[in-house]
Design a protein around this ligand. Structure first.
Ligand code: PMP
Length: 386
C-alpha cells in the first residue's frame, strides 16, 4: 500500500483554494418553497421539484397507503422477487403516457443511463455525445467500452461530420434539457441525423419531462415529434414527478433487451413499491393539474424579464433551469452565500460540473413559487451583485 494513500488533506485544501469545495447543508422538514436550513427559513430556488409535487398531499397520502400495503423495502431486484404490481402498473402508465410500447423502471436516473448505454453498445461500437451531457450519460459512454466521442454543444454540423467519418454501429446520446444550462437539444436535427445514418438515439429528458409540452410530454412533445423519431427516451422521477427513480421507454424489444442486459437494472434492488405507487399519483397530477406548467412558465418569464433589466447574463433557456453565468468559481460561491444571508437558496455550480470559467448560479423554479418570490429574489440579486 502506498504510504500517501490516505493523505486526503492536501487534496481537500486544494479544492478549497480553487473554490471547488462542496458542502452539504442539512434541511429539516419536507421539500417545498420554504426550507429550514441551519435553523433558518429560506426561499428555495435550487430544487428540481419543478411542479411542486414532492410534498403534494395526494402524493404523500398515496405513499403512506402503499407503505401499509407493500411495506418499505422491495426485498430484491426486479428479476428476483422485487417487481410488484405497483411497479408494473407504473410502467404500463408511463408507456401509455409517452406513447410507447413499454417502459422500464430503474432505481435512479444515474443508473438508467449507465445501464442503457452499456447494454446497447460495446467494444466495436461508437457513442457520440453532446459535450455538455449529464455526467451519468458520459459515464455510461465510458463504461460501455465503445469508442467514445463528444460533439460540440448543440452543434449538429459537428455531429454530422463525426457520423460521416465512421461506419460503426453508433448511438447518439443527448440531454433533452441540459441540466446546468437549461437550453434544449435540437431534437428534430438529432432525430433526422439518427435516421439518416441508421444510428440509435437516446434522449435523457430528466429536466423536460413533465415540464415542457402542453401535456407535460417533455421535449418530444415540445418539438411535436413522434415516439418513433425518439426511439429511446429516458426520464427521471425525482424532478417533475417529485418522487424518486427513473424510467426508459421504447419498443417492446428495446425494453426486453434492457431487462436482459442492463447491469444496473439486473444487479440492484428495485425501488420501494410505495415510491412507484406515489409516482402513479404524480403522473396523474402531472396530466390533470396543467396549471402547474402554465404557472411555471409565467414565473420563468417574469424572472427572465427582471434579470435582463438588471443586465444579468442569462442563458438561452425556456425551461425551469435558469442559470446566471458569473465565470469565476469563488465569485459564484460568494454570491450564493450572500443570497443565503438574504434568505434565498440558490446554488453555485462550479467545475467540474460545468466547464472551467463558466461557474454560475443555477436558479430553478417550481410551480409552488409565487410571483412575489421571484420579485424578491430579483431584488436580492440586485443588492448582492451591486
Ligand atoms: N440525467 C440528468 C440530465 C440529470 O440532471 C440527472 C440528475 N440530476 C440524472 C440524469 C440522474 O438522475 P437521478 O438523480 O435520478 O440519479
Amino acid at each position: 500500500m502506498s504510504a500517501g494513500f490516505y493523505d486526503f488533506a492536501e487534496q481537500l485544501t486544494q479544492l478549497n483554494q480553487q473554490g471547488l469545495y462542496r458542502r452539504r447543508r442539512v434541511i429539516d422538514g419536507p421539500q417545498g418553497i420554504l426550507l429550514r436550513v441551519d435553523g433558518r427559513q429560506v426561499v428555495n430556488f435550487c430544487s428540481n421539484d419543478y411542479l411542486g409535487l414532492a410534498n403534494h398531499p395526494e402524493v404523500v397520502a398515496g405513499f403512506k397507503q402503499a407503505a401499509d400495503r407493500y411495506g418499505v423495502g422491495s426485498g430484491s431486484a426486479h428479476l428476483i422477487c422485487g417487481h410488484s404490481s405497483a411497479h408494473h402498473a407504473l410502467e404500463e402508465e408511463l408507456a401509455a403516457f409517452t406513447g410507447r410500447a413499454r417502459a422500464l423502471l430503474f432505481s435512479t436516473g444515474y443508473m438508467a443511463n449507465l445501464g442503457v448505454i452499456s447494454a446497447l453498445v460495446g467494444r466495436n461500437d461508437r457513442v457520440l455525445e453532446d459535450r455538455l451531457n449529464h455526467a451519468s450519460l458520459l459515464d455510461g459512454g465510458l463504461l460501455s467500452r465503445a469508442q467514445f466521442k463528444r460533439f460540440r454543444h448543440l452543434d449538429s454540423v459537428d455531429l454530422q461530420a463525426q457520423l460521416l467519418a465512421h461506419t460503426e454501429k453508433t448511438l447518439i446520446v443527448s440531454d433533452g434539457v441540459f441540466s446546468m444550462d437549461g437550453d434544449l437539444a435540437d431534437l428534430p436535427a438529432l432525430a433526422a441525423m439518427a435516421r439518416q445514418h441508421r444510428a440509435g438515439l437516446l434522449i435523457d429528458d430528466a429536466h423536460g419531462f413533465g415540464v415542457l409540452g402542453h401535456k407535460g410530454g417533455g421535449i418530444v412533445e415540445h418539438f411535436g415529434l413522434t415516439a418513433g423519431e425518439v426511439p429511446i427516451l429516458m426520464g427521471t422521477l425525482g424532478k417533475a414527478f417529485g418522487t424518486f427513480g427513473a424510467f426508459v421507454a421504447g419498443s417492446d424489444d428495446l425494453i426486453e433487451i434492457l431487462i436482459q442486459k442492463a447491469r444496473s437494472y439486473v444487479f440492484t434492488t428495485a425501488l420501494p413499491a410505495a415510491v412507484a405507487e406515489a409516482t402513479r399519483i404524480s403522473l396523474r397530477l402531472l396530466q390533470t393539474e396543467t396549471w402547474r406548467r402554465d404557472k411555471l412558465q409565467a414565473l420563468v418569464a417574469r424572472f427572465r424579464a427582471g434579470a435582463r433589466q438588471q443586465g444579468l447574463q442569462l442563458m438561452d433557456s425556456i425551461s425551469a433551469v435558469q442559470p446566471i453565468v458569473l465565470g469565476d468559481s469563488q465569485q459564484a460561491v460568494s454570491v450564493s452565500q450572500a443570497l443565503l444571508r438574504q434568505g434565498f437558496w440558490v446554488s453555485a455550480i462550479r467545475p467540474p460540473t460545468v466547464p472551467a470559467g463558466t461557474a454560475r448560479l443555477r436558479v430553478t423554479f417550481s410551480a409552488d413559487h409565487e410571483i412575489q418570490n421571484v420579485d424578491a429574489l430579483l431584488e436580492a440579486l440586485a443588492k448582492v451583485m451591486a
